[in-house]
Write a protein that binds this ligand. Structure first.
Ligand SMILES: NC(=O)c1ccc[n+]([C@@H]2O[C@H](COP(=O)([O-])OP(=O)(O)OC[C@H]3O[C@@H](n4cnc5c(N)ncnc54)[C@H](O)[C@@H]3O)[C@@H](O)[C@H]2O)c1
Ligand SMILES: [Zn+2]
Ligand SMILES: [Zn+2]
Length: 358
């Protein structure tokens, strides 16, 4: 079967036809991928921002149809439509029992288990997925069942970007009605955070990006104001009287914009960090300002979402026309063109490219 393989740091993905799956194990499901979004985290695996094993089949934002279920899998069956979760959850560890399955303590070994083979040798899937492939095997807890009438070519974005961004606004930042919000970065994740802030009832939503076309798109998704990074201070004065935003949400993963998000929040407000920078990159705060500003600085992993509850909620919002997924798909391609999709993302040309599988 066909899959896009990352063999080493900064190498282009290699499209291969000779990738096979391991034998299906207990508690696992075999899924035929219908579509997969291309997320910046895939690019970050390629350039080393997010450590990954080599070789790996990339892709972690997918949707597909169950082909077969392993022993002990009770809630899923062949033919079920599913969205892939890049965090499987054991539902037994402390984080899972606390209702924070997106922090599952047993996720590590689950996603480190290789499910692909090339020439009989094990090959990993990025974050345990590998959705740039015709077919994958994942833990059953990484497959979230959706209704039969859901079009899988549209909803694959929920597998990462949409859950992450909408969840960052609703679950992590907890944006409130009538509040002011600034979102840094208008890619698939940032646009989703803007939609989440709109759904949560924010009064003003400022979108910040370097790319003009992204700012135009941001307005369509609910941004009431848009600006380039250099104009942020002026917009902060215009929108908040200089006090700062109730909620700042960073969806880029850059130390300067993480610091910028903290600075853009008002005293007593919050800065939620969604973007993923390198492990060695540092963000500085003075030991005085943290207490004095009384801001909450929070991380946000996978939108703070318990995906089995949150993904169906997102689908209901989409069905009611309150969450726009269609307009987020800037381009559709085949997996053969995944390197072009990576280029287009890095050039700021797309919100999302979706890869269609036959
Ligand atoms: N926290 C999580 O669980 C999680 C999940 C998915 C993705 N992410 C991360 O979220 C981030 C965004 O992902 P994406 O897929 O939306 O990426 P993307 O590349 O589609 O979007 C990033 C946007 O930021 C803009 N940008 C870049 N540098 C900027 C700057 N200095 N100032 C203003 N705008 C700037 C770009 O023009 C682009 O529009 C990435 O770091 C990704 O790894 C985190
Ligand atoms: Zn992602
Ligand atoms: Zn767990």
């Amino acid at each position: 079967m066909k899959a896009a393989l990352l063999k080493g740091l900064n190498e282009p993905l290699e499209i291969r036809d000779d990738v096979e799956l391991v034998e299906l194990g207990a508690n696992e499901v075999h899924v035929k991928i219908v579509s997969s979004g291309v997320c910046h985290s895939d690019v970050s695996a390629q350039n080393g921002t997010i450590p990954t094993q080599f070789p790996s089949v990339l892709g972690h934002e997918g949707a597909g149809i169950i082909q077969e279920v392993g022993d002990n899998v009770e809630r899923l069956k062949a033919g079920d439509k599913v969205i892939i979760s890049f965090v499987p959850a054991c539902m037994h560890c402390n984080p899972c029992l606390r209702g924070q399955s997106y922090l599952c303590a047993d996720m590590g070994p689950m996603i480190a288990t290789p499910h692909f083979l090339i020439d009989g040798k094990p090959v990993h899937g990025f974050s345990g997925c590998g959705t740039f492939s015709d077919q994958i095997i994942v833990p059953a807890s990484a497959a979230v069942k959706v209704d039969d009438d859901i079009p899988l070519d549209i909803v694959s974005l929920i597998g990462c970007g949409v859950t992450t961004g909408v969840g960052a606004s609703i679950n992590s930042a907890r944006v409130t009605p009538g509040s002011s919000v600034v979102v840094f970065g208008c890619g698939g994740v940032g646009i989703s955070a803007i939609q989440g802030a709109r759904i949560a009832g924010a009064a003003e939503i400022l979108a910040v990006d370097m790319v003009d076309s992204k700012l135009e798109m941001a307005k369509h998704f609910g941004a009431t104001h848009v600006c380039k990074p250099d104009d942020l201070d002026g917009m902060k004065t215009q929108i908040t009287g200089g006090e700062g935003f109730d909620f700042a949400i960073e969806c880029i993963g850059n130390p300067a914009t993480i610091r910028g998000a903290y600075d853009a929040a008002r005293r007593g407000g919050s800065a939620t960090i969604v973007g993923v920078g390198r492990m060695e990159q540092m963000v500085q705060f003075s030991a005085f300002e943290l207490f004095f500003a009384d801001k909450q600085l929070k991380g946000s992993m996978y939108g703070g979402a318990n995906v089995r509850v949150f993904m169906p909620q997102l689908l209901r919002l989409w069905k009611q026309g309150k969450l726009d997924l269609e307009s987020m798909v800037s381009k559709r391609m085949k997996v053969d063109d995944v390197n072009e999709a990576f280029r287009a993302m890095q050039e700021g040309e797309v919100i999302r490219t979706v890869l269609d599988f036959a």
